[in-house]
Design a protein around this ligand. Structure first.
Ligand SMILES: Nc1ncnc2c1ncn2[C@@H]1O[C@H](COP(=O)(O)OP(=O)(O)OP(=O)(O)O)[C@@H](O)[C@H]1O
Ligand SMILES: [Mg+2]
Length: 290
């Protein structure tokens, strides 16, 4: 499948001549980069194509429905776009809330946690919420760079079954990453726990070719996702308190998570129901930090 269709996978590999031919054809067509005023018409159509025919012109794996697109921003930019359903139900509102959470989580990772995160934004058209994130493995119109997820590295090097902090220690001890990168992985993991991200699997953490951490992606409070896609179950955020060796990072993560939950609480794009949950969670963090 990769050798036939894999012309736009994460990273920079293209495997096989058929896939390469596909890639070259796309480059030759000088594909159009969408302006801000074109996406209100284009994105709802792309969403329908992605739902009806698998993915048109796309690559990214994963669980959310999504497509890739080209955008004329300050420079030509390749983006991934995830979107919610258009039904006016509490469940669909929750999925839309979660996309806004993903945008706010990445924003908070950048400006408060001071780690790199991909730039993202939210649009709402045609009853759907669209989450658009800039690809860090694409640069301008043609540039492509490598990326390797912890999932692949772990399988190749260790076969570990622990959490990300265990992985960071294994990579550090084998001299693959610096102490600083190991600390960043741990900080991001603690932050993820405090924002209710129950989906921190090995594929949601990646490294650049120099073995620095790739910008953060796919960070959102998945514990609040509708169960089996549809059922809204009441959930209580309850991340573990820190051991002494974890205390410093835990406190940094907690103060950033508090900023995250307070941002949700006042964001009018988010449903009232979920803003109330965000307020409770911010209060929980206040209490333990105090
Ligand atoms: N900003 C980005 N730049 C480059 N690649 C990205 C970016 N965001 C995501 N990806 C790639 O696309 C894949 C799917 O994206 P993401 O993990 O956000 O979607 P998902 O549907 O939530 O995935 P899953 O539920 O399977 O974890 C990622 O595993 C990663 O390889
Ligand atoms: Mg993912």
């Amino acid at each position: 499948m990769l050798s036939v269709l894999g012309a736009d996978q994460p990273g920079n590999y293209i495997i096989g001549e058929q896939a390469l031919r596909r890639f070259l054809n796309t480059q030759q067509q000088a594909a159009h980069f969408l302006n801000d005023d074109e996406i209100a018409a284009a994105y709802p159509t792309y969403a329908l194509q992605a739902l009806n025919f698998g993915i048109a012109d796309s690559s990214a794996a994963g669980e959310f429905p999504k497509f890739t697109a080209r955008r004329a921003r300050d420079v030509p930019t390749h983006v991934i776009v995830k979107f919610s359903g258009e039904d006016d139900t509490p469940q669909e509102h929750r999925w839309a809330d979660l996309l806004i959470c993903e945008h706010l989580a990445l924003t908070t990772i950048n400006d408060t946690l001071k780690l790199k995160a991909a730039n993202s934004r939210i649009y709402q058209f045609a009853g759907r919420t669209f989450y658009e994130v800039d690809r860090f493995d694409r640069h301008g119109e043609f540039g492509r760079s490598g990326v390797c997820s912890w999932h692949e590295l772990n399988a190749a090097l260790f076969g570990g079954t622990g959490n990300r902090s265990d992985g960071a220690d294994a990579l550090l001890h084998a001299n693959y990453i610096s102490e600083e990168t190991a600390q960043q992985i741990k900080l991001l993991e603690q932050f993820g726990r405090m924002i209710g991200n129950t989906d921190m699997h090995d594929g949601n953490l990646a490294f650049l070719p120099d073995m620095c951490l790739a910008p953060a992606y796919d960070m959102l409070p998945m514990m609040y996702a509708p169960q089996r896609g549809v059922e809204l179950v009441e959930r209580k955020l309850n991340p573990a308190l820190p051991l002494p060796k974890e205390r410093e990072i835990w406190l940094l993560a907690a103060s950033a998570a508090r900023v995250f939950w307070r941002r949700l609480e006042v964001d009018e794009r988010i449903s009232l129901d979920f803003r109330r949950i965000a307020g409770v969670n911010a209060g929980w963090i206040d209490r333990f930090v105090a």
